[in-house]
Write a protein that binds this ligand. Structure first.
Ligand SMILES: [Fe+2]
Ligand SMILES: [Fe+2]
Length: 177
């Protein structure tokens, strides 16, 4: 773990968000790997098993919704209040297309009857590639810029405690460590 996050106390809002990022990134690696495999297959029958695996990975990524909500409802409003409006505004805007990619992937990995294998494969490829690129670059921006900025700009312990309480109310992801 990067030193900044390793040095945060256990249960810190930012440490939990960072740990979730690590799991999301691993899931994205698996999605990219499976997509590469699927692109090499020649019939939908050959791909059924892998499409099912991809569907379950897509479900796992959609379960990151409470992560985005904790950012949007607990962390970002305090950053905006403190005059750090730029990064949270951009990050919130990015959540929308990311949500769409996740739900599209969940959908196209089951509802593909009636399309040709070429159509299915092309759609899978563009959705996987779009999701992986957009979500991993989003996570890098949060890890390297947005979260450290929040930590620097919010020095009062009680404000972090209040954010933590809000996070607890919103809830965690099925995969939160
Ligand atoms: Fe985010
Ligand atoms: Fe995030």
């Amino acid at each position: 773990m990067e030193t900044f996050y390793a040095n945060l106390p256990e249960g810190h809002v930012l440490k939990t968000l960072y740990r979730e990022h690590e799991i999301i990134l691993k899931t994205l690696d698996k999605i990219a790997e499976l997509n590469t495999k699927i692109q090499g297959l020649s019939t939908v029958e050959d791909a059924e098993n892998d499409l099912d695996k991809l569907h379950h990975l897509a479900i796992k990524v959609t379960e990151s919704e409470p992560h985005h909500q904790r950012e949007e409802q607990a962390l970002f409003p305090v950053m905006i209040e403190r005059g750090m409006a730029g990064p949270p505004t951009v990050m919130t805007m990015e959540h929308e297309p990311i949500r769409k990619y996740k739900h599209d992937l969940k959908d196209i990995t089951v509802n593909y009857n009636g399309s040709s294998w070429d159509e299915i494969r092309t759609k899978i490829n563009s959705t996987c590639t779009g999701l992986c690129e957009m979500l991993s670059s989003h996570i890098q921006k949060e890890n390297l810029m947005c979260y450290p900025m929040a930590f620097q700009g919010i020095s009062e312990e009680h404000v972090w405690q209040d954010m933590k309480k809000k996070c607890d109310l919103i809830g965690y992801c099925s995969f939160t460590p």
